[in-house]
Design a protein around this ligand. Structure first.
Ligand SMILES: [Zn+2]
Length: 306
């Protein structure tokens, strides 16, 4: 989808709603409460649907990330396009300026809008990865305060990356890099039938393989310390290229990400990355938005001062 295409086809609420209905209900509208298809459209207000079974009245955006929003759907569509087409992401400040200009709109509205679209980018289904899989860890965020290397590391967050070569990328906010934590993510994401898992020489990996049921013979290690970065097929270059995109996104676009919201940014980044060659990226984003659950402002801002 292009910007001219968006303005041509989705300039009105009605046109946007029509698409969302097709994406949410490919067949017939379903009642979100009792899940029956005994649903009729109100003649007086065609965006309203009414369930004859439980008498619930609803619209296509009910119970989704659009819930209770006062923004026109065309603004939602524009924001979704901006977020899914920006390779390194877009900050809420930039999105506010692009949509409302310098003096209109509020940062808070843009911030909440971005977070709801981002929440919809979380993958519900995560098939197990196989073939050749690279696993690596990196550190993001934090500030150096002249405390030396250890002081700087304290403020940083750990991101664990798992990537199937020629396949999907997964990024997780790990609490530490112990074998138990590494094994948890390997077990949840990598098939025991994997051909090879490539990691760096971090000593917790061999134990993590045992804990996650991966046979030791399938584990290949690359020794970064000895400046050996590529030994034939044994390298972690594909996961590292994803890390470098993530870091450019964090430094250049998001500036400051709190640890609390890091998992959501990682979901956004992987959603976009795994669909970078998909011509239906925009439609796929909308489909996720109209099927993802409500994210209230209260839940999003719980335990933080806005
Ligand atoms: Zn119903």
């Amino acid at each position: 989808m292009t910007l001219p295409g968006l303005t041509e086809h989705f300039s009105t609420d009605e046109k946007c709603r029509e698409l969302l209905e097709r994406l949410r209900w490919p067949n017939d509208p379903e009642c979100p409460r009792c899940k029956t298809f005994d649903v009729v459209r109100l003649e007086t207000n065609t965006k309203l649907l009414w369930c004859r079974e439980c008498e619930y009245q609803f619209t296509v955006t009910a119970g989704t990330v659009f819930n209770d929003s006062h923004l026109p759907l065309s603004i939602w569509f524009l924001a979704a396009l901006l977020l899914c087409e920006a390779k390194k992401g877009m900050s809420a400040h930039q999105l506010k300026r692009t949509i409302w200009g310098l003096h209109k709109g509020s940062y808070k509205t843009a911030w909440y809008l971005c977070h709801r679209i981002r929440a919809a980018m979380k993958e519900v289904e995560r098939p197990m990865l196989d073939g050749t899989v690279e696993v690596d860890e990196t550190f993001v965020g934090g500030k150096r305060r002249g405390l030396g290397k250890s002081g700087a590391m304290e403020n940083k967050e750990i991101v664990l990356g798992i990537r199937q070569r020629g396949g999907e990328l997964r990024l997780f906010h790990a609490s530490d890099v112990t074998s138990g934590e590494l094994a948890k993510y390997i077990k949840e994401n990598v098939s025991a039938d994997v051909d090879v898992i490539v990691t760096d020489e971090w000593p917790a990996y061999p134990k993590a393989m045992i804990e996650s049921g991966i046979h030791g013979s399938k584990h290949e290690t690359i020794r970064h310390r000895d400046r050996v970065y590529v030994r034939g097929d044994v390298h972690t270059n594909t996961i590292e290229s994803a890390f470098s995109l993530l870091k450019r996104g964090i430094v250049g676009t998001w500036h400051k990400i709190s640890a609390k919201h890091l998992p959501a940014y990682l979901d956004e980044m992987t959603f976009r990355f795994n669909r970078r060659k998909n011509a239906n990226l925009f439609l796929d984003t909308l489909r996720h938005m109209v099927t993802a659950p409500v994210l209230t402002f209260e839940k999003l801002t719980a335990s933080e001062n806005f």
